[in-house]
Design a protein around this ligand. Structure first.
Ligand code: PLP
Length: 263
């Protein structure tokens, strides 16, 4: 007799492929596996990438992205969606339109530039991120470089993070996580919806192998939301997950290695 078990929560990532397996779609799916959800992927761009940086990037046609998304959402269904590298204004706009038409929370990681400084989003797409994508986000997760790119607000210390959050919230996401990981000292993030404030703190691990950190955090938040957690609960659990993954990050290749999902 066969036993059919209940399906796990389903989470979709809409992001770029990292051939080195450290960030992007690959980090997202590893996070989802580790957190016990069924991970699905809409590939927006393919990168040739390793521990030294991004050697090349190719976007998919808008129709290919739309078709992948509809295939997944219309049949399998999703309890949460996470977006990452969207590459171009055209892709940002189609993804924003698809999210607006989906009855599931959306975690938007407004990926701009890789840790090595390689552009993952065209400069011409910034306006579409501000006016089309951020308004449909349940949670946006910019780092301080992305905050500066999107809002012009430059944060040099923890005290500037509240102003950064206000500037991002002005574009319409329900919640924002300002990731202060690029500051020195404790790794501090600010989660707020403009009224509630949650400061999330973790000790800084002296480990340079942090490739994929942002993708992992956003995916882990989406996993929590798919399980029905509140945004503050999902973000706190995701912060704990990514802190462990950073502590376990390992050397790979000659450059910056990935965070680890098997800790
Ligand atoms: N490659 C892809 C496809 C990504 O989506 C991202 C980040 O979102 C990166 C690379 C950059 O990762 P990191 O800045 O952690 O090195």
């Amino acid at each position: 007799m066969s036993v059919v078990s209940a399906p796990p929560p389903r989470v979709l990532t809409v992001a770029g492929s990292d051939s080195g397996g450290g960030a992007g779609i690959q980090a997202d799916l590893k996070t989802m596996l580790a957190l016990g959800v069924h991970g699905m992927s809409v590939v927006t761009a393919v990168t040739a990438q390793n521990s030294l940086g991004v050697q090349g990037a190719w976007e998919l046609p808008v129709e290919g992205v739309r078709a992948q998304y509809r295939s997944v959402v219309d049949d399998i269904g999703v309890q949460a969606v996470k977006t990452g590298m969207l590459a171009s204004a055209e892709l940002v706009e189609v993804v924003a339109e698809l999210l607006a038409d989906t009855d599931a929370p959306a975690v938007v990681d407004p990926v701009g530039v890789s840790k090595h400084g390689d552009p993952l989003l065209a400069a011409s797409a910034l306006d579409s991120v501000r006016t089309r994508l951020l308004p449909v986000a349940t949670v946006a997760t910019p780092n301080l470089d992305e905050v500066a790119q999107l809002t012009g607000v430059r944060v040099e210390s923890e005290s500037g993070m509240r102003r950064a959050a206000e500037a991002v919230l002005a574009y319409g996401p329900r919640w924002v996580v300002i990731k202060g990981g690029h500051l020195s000292g404790e790794a501090v993030d600010l989660l707020t919806d403009g009224s509630e404030e949650h400061w999330l703190r973790a000790p800084r691990h002296d480990n340079r192998h942090t490739h994929g950190t942002g993708c992992t955090l956003a995916s882990a938040i989406a996993c929590g939301l798919a399980r029905g957690r509140t945004v503050p609960e999902a973000v706190a659990a995701a912060k704990a997950y990514v802190t462990g993954a950073i502590a376990a990050g390992f050397a790979l290749g000659a450059g910056i290695g990935p965070v680890d999902h098997g800790w």
